[in-house]
Design a protein around this ligand. Structure first.
Ligand SMILES: Nc1ncnc2c1ncn2[C@@H]1O[C@H](COP(=O)(O)OP(=O)(O)OP(=O)(O)O)[C@@H](O)[C@H]1O
Length: 203
């Protein structure tokens, strides 16, 4: 079995505040040796101590725009004048090390992964309701009122994408974190078991 045979891209998507980071944190805690995170590209200058290829790949705006033109990004955004993006190549490099590459991307990112026909498990994390989502975002206290409103507005559209054919492999409702996490873990375990059996049978 080669290293890349053992790898799979695991993508989490869903509204802001649905619990993607909470689930990813738990996965990372339980499987620190199996999980890898891709290094993003950015046009912001490195801060003291930051190394190229470790915290980020630091590139010029010209280079970043060229990469956009060449469709090299799964997703990218301009935040306060600086570009940030997740490249397909950065994900491949985690996968080539035989790791499960875990990503948190928006709906467009999920569609772009599907278009590339990548071997990926795409999981939509849904809040139990929009009112519960609002109350979690409020207790997190990380957004301004305007930002919070925008996130809740976006959430309505994001929830509708659950019905899109062949976009998500699994939709989980994050009612209780431990229960939702178990659903993710069981799904991954079953996927990996089936896949490893297939690989073994083909040897
Ligand atoms: N099942 C749950 N019950 C109650 N609170 C939860 C649950 N899951 C997560 N939370 C809390 O809800 C808040 C939002 O969760 P989290 O930050 O993981 O969301 P997210 O989807 O990663 O959001 P973003 O996309 O904005 O990063 C956090 O404060 C988290 O502790």
């Amino acid at each position: 079995m080669t290293e890349s045979d053992k790898s799979v891209l695991v993508v989490f998507s869903g509204p802001s505040g649905a619990g993607k980071s909470s689930i990813i944190q738990k996965l990372n805690k339980d499987y620190p040796d199996r999980i890898g995170f891709s290094v993003s590209h950015t046009t912001r200058p490195p801060r003291p101590g930051e190394q190229n290829g470790v915290e980020y790949y630091f590139v010029s705006e010209e280079k970043f725009k060229k990469m956009i033109e060449n469709s090299e990004f799964i997703e990218y955004a301009n935040v306060h004048g600086n570009y940030y993006g997740t490249s397909f190549q950065a994900v491949e490099s985690v996968l080539n090390r035989g790791r499960l590459c875990v990503l948190d991307v928006d709906v467009q990112g999920c569609r772009s992964i599907r278009r590339r026909n990548m071997k990926a498990i795409i999981i939509f994390v849904s809040p139990p309701s929009l009112s519960e989502l609002e109350s979690r975002l409020r207790s997190r206290q990380t957004e301004s009122e305007a930002d919070l409103r925008k996130r809740l507005e976006d959430a309505q559209g994001e929830m509708k994408t659950c019905e899109e054919q062949n976009l998500y492999d699994l939709v989980i409702v994050n009612d209780y974190l431990d229960r939702a996490y178990k659903e993710v873990k069981d799904y991954l375990a079953e996927y990996l078991e089936k896949r490893d059996q297939k690989v073994l049978q083909s040897l």
